[in-house]
Write a protein that binds this ligand. Structure first.
Ligand code: HEC
Ligand SMILES: [Cu+2]
Length: 313
């Protein structure tokens, strides 16, 4: 739409839900405002100085029944609004299991995205209409925030950890992407566009991108070039744990704790290997802090995650 508009486009399922919630709250608040203002007006005329209105003791039913009635009614209304907003928020928190997963890395001052087939984009994101898209996001420097007003979604992107967000776009078009967390001098220019395409167009677009390795493939190459395989390959002379099926496994640590090898654990294993030492091994793994950037880390983690079951050589 051209021209001035106070209402951003409504282009996702979440956006439609947030809008009805917003309008609902506005109507309720408006009705209460109107009621109170009217009573104020009526009473100030009726009980103005010198009027002959009755000013004595209140009748019994006004003192008890009316008091009880409006208290119960507002309590009920407040609980209903709480349930409505809470349900909307909860719906937004967990992506459906088959969602398309796009990896996003934020840095001063740009957004980098990687699609499942390896396609990369900067300050742009192409997504198919009608499909759930899940973003796995991290930052290379400071806190940023991924904000798409047309989808009514916003999520902080934090260095040193992964945050998630999902949406299902409903309307083809191009929408604004902003950084919503002040992140330095060029924060204001940190943004781009989200383009919603029909699923066929998206598939065509994705295959037309320069062919690159997918994330696990790129991670596998890094695993060799960074020297990880020199210690971790089954044939290595060094005594290091096998990483086959590592993702999600329970790991016994040297200090007696048992932890699950999730994304955060694997990340720490690479950046801070001395922190969670695996039981039965020497602390010989070097830290890769500073040697790998967030993009490399995502690839390495995707590779480790792909090492399910079978022994690959
Ligand atoms: C010098 C040999 C060496 C190199 C190089 C090395 N590692 Fe390790 N790695 C080890 C040893 C030994 C351990 C077990 C002790 C520990 O936890 O630090 C380990 C532990 C791990 C663990 C935790 C395993 C578990 O069972 O919980 C992961 C994950 C890992 N390494 C990944 C990597 C990655 C990825 C690289 C390359 C970026 C790499 N390692 C490079 C020797 C090495
Ligand atoms: Cu930013």
């Amino acid at each position: 739409m051209n021209g001035f508009s106070l209402w951003p486009p409504t282009a996702s399922e979440q956006a439609a839900r947030i809008d009805s919630l917003f309008i609902g709250l506005l109507v309720v608040a408006g009705a209460i405002l109107l009621l109170v203002a009217m009573l104020l007006l009526v009473f100030s005329i009726r009980y103005r100085r010198g009027s002959s209105a009755r000013r004595g003791e209140l009748p019994e039913f006004l003192r008890r029944d009316v008091e009880l009635g409006w208290t119960a009614a507002t309590l009920f209304l407040a609980i209903f609004l709480f349930w409505w907003a809470g349900a909307t928020q909860l719906r937004a928190s967990d992506a459906p299991p088959n969602a398309l997963e796009v990896h996003v890395v934020a840095k001063q001052w740009m957004w980098k995205a990687r699609h499942p087939n390896g396609a990369r984009e900067i300050n742009a994101l192409h997504v198919p209409r009608g499909e759930a898209v899940r973003l796995v996001m991290t930052s290379q420097d400071v806190i940023h925030s991924f904000f798409v007003p047309a989808f009514r979604v916003k999520q902080d992107v934090v260095p040193g950890r992964f945050t998630h967000m999902w949406f299902r776009a409903t309307k083809p078009g191009t929408y604004h992407l902003f950084c919503a967390e002040f992140c330095g001098t060029e924060h204001a220019t940190m943004g781009g566009t989200v383009t919603v395409m029909e699923p066929e167009d998206y598939a065509r677009w994705a295959t037309a991108q320069p062919q690159e390795q997918d994330l696990p493939g790129e991670g596998a190459a890094l695993f060799v070039s960074l020297g990880c395989s020199g210690c971790h390959a089954p044939s290595a002379a060094v005594h290091a744990p096998s990483l086959q099926g590592i993702y999600g496994r329970m790991v016994n640590l040297a200090d007696g704790r048992t932890v699950r090898a999730d994304a955060a654990y694997l990340r720490d294993s690479i950046l801070l290997p001395k922190r969670d030492l695996v039981a039965g091994y020497e602390p010989i793994m070097p830290s890769f802090e500073g040697l790998v950037d967030e993009g490399d880390l995502q690839s390495l983690l995707a590779y480790l995650e792909s090492l399910r079951g079978e022994i690959s050589r």
